[in-house]
Design a protein around this ligand. Structure first.
Ligand SMILES: Nc1ncnc2c1ncn2[C@@H]1O[C@H](COP(=O)(O)OP(=O)(O)OP(=O)(O)O)[C@@H](O)[C@H]1O
Ligand SMILES: [Mg+2]
Length: 347
């Protein structure tokens, strides 16, 4: 069954279509490394990203967010499914099966930014060399031309070009993340995959970095896949939000809908746990009963059923498909129509 995710009505055609993507890691045992099962880190995920828009991706630790991003870049090879990048020159390219030349071309258009700006910069390279590296590797610019481009990129991310001869240790966490972003933008990508880009930063620096990312998005018409466990941050930056649970998307909807009237009990539980700025307001937090299941051996039926306060017998043996519950809002729950779930302001 093809799932059409038109979460945000859009005249534009998609930039990226993730279709039935799977990444299963074998679990081996014994001396002979016999395969005894699989960790279904990403299990049949379909999502769409539009030009100039942000798709937020949330879910507890281990739900498969990073694995999904790496599979999109083909940093790891997916087990099944396709990742269609609509390239301006080459047309639609399936990243999951592209030949090396097409892959090299498409990868220029997709860049990834990781959480930790301390480990992602080589301490022995100057900022100039760090940012110029992709230009040189791809034979776009060298020497003076590269230097000029680096100066331009530093300005773009709000850093002084005079800093380019310095080493990463001379910069704060927030400044380092700006250097990482400058390097990611060096080749004029269309899509940037941001994996917890602000989680390692102080709260005040987080806000500045988020504003920078939003500003860059509108100036350069960038698309983002924005991964975070912080639902407050995701609400702030995303046009559409997808919620993952044990390798599967359980809900995807335009941001406002997902936060105001969620259609999956897991989304409701996540929304209930967002910290409230007003300490006098009584927070009725839904305690999500039980632990996140072991992804090598998830519960049958709906993976969430052992923790779900609304579970019925059917949930234990039948996996609910992701279906359109309200226009543009998709949820994988047998009871989305009947349940009256609380939104972010109801807690
Ligand atoms: N190389 C690997 N081999 C086996 N299992 C793996 C591998 N990489 C990830 N996993 C497993 O896949 C699942 C998803 O991991 P992933 O890192 O994608 O989650 P995540 O949502 O990014 O979590 P976090 O919020 O902690 O970053 C986890 O159960 C993890 O242990
Ligand atoms: Mg991760």
């Amino acid at each position: 069954m093809e799932i059409q995710l038109n979460a945000v009505p859009h005249a534009d055609r998609p930039l990226l279509e993730i279709l039935h993507l799977k990444k299963h890691y074998p679990v081996t045992r014994g001396l002979l490394k016999r395969t005894v099962g699989y960790v279904k880190a990403v299990d049949d995920v379909s999502l769409t990203i539009y030009p100039g828009q942000t798709l937020g991706l949330v879910g507890e630790s281990g739900s498969g967010k990073t694995t999904l991003a790496h599979s999109v870049m083909r940093g790891i090879t997916p087990t099944a499914g396709s990742v269609i990048f609509h390239d301006d020159h080459l047309g639609p390219v399936d990243v999951a099966s592209a030949d090396p030349a097409a892959l090299r071309h498409v990868r220029r258009n997709m860049q990834m930014v990781f959480q930790d700006p301390f480990s992602s910069l080589n301490p022995r390279m100057t900022v100039l060399d760090i940012i110029a590296e992709p230009l040189q590797v791809n034979q776009i610019a060298k020497g003076k031309a590269a230097q000029e481009r680096v100066a331009e990129l530093l300005q773009l991310v709000g850093l002084r070009p005079e800093y380019m001869r310095r080493f990463p240790h001379a910069f704060s966490g927030g400044q380092r993340q700006r250097i990482v972003v400058a390097r990611a933008l060096a080749l004029n990508p269309r899509l940037v995959l941001l994996d917890e880009p602000t989680s390692a930063l102080d709260v005040s620096i987080q806000a500045q970095t988020l504003n920078l990312l939003k500003d860059l998005q509108s100036r350069l018409n960038l698309s983002y896949l924005f991964i975070s466990h912080d639902l407050g941050v995701v609400e702030h930056v995303s046009d559409t939000v997808a919620v993952m649970y044990v390798g599967r998307v359980v809900e995807v909807a335009p941001t406002r809908k997902l936060y105001q009237q969620p259609k999956h009990p897991y989304t409701e539980a996540l929304l209930s746990s967002i910290p409230k700025p007003d300490p006098t307001r009584k927070k009725r937090r839904i305690a999500i009963a039980g632990e996140i299941p072991n992804p090598a051996n998830p519960p049958p039926g709906c993976h969430f059923h052992p923790r779900c306060p609304y579970a019925q017998p059917i949930c234990a043996h039948e996996a609910p498909p992701l279906r359109e519950v309200t226009p543009g809002q998709f949820a994988a729950c047998h009871f989305s129509d009947e349940l009256n779930l609380k939104g972010v302001n109801d807690f």
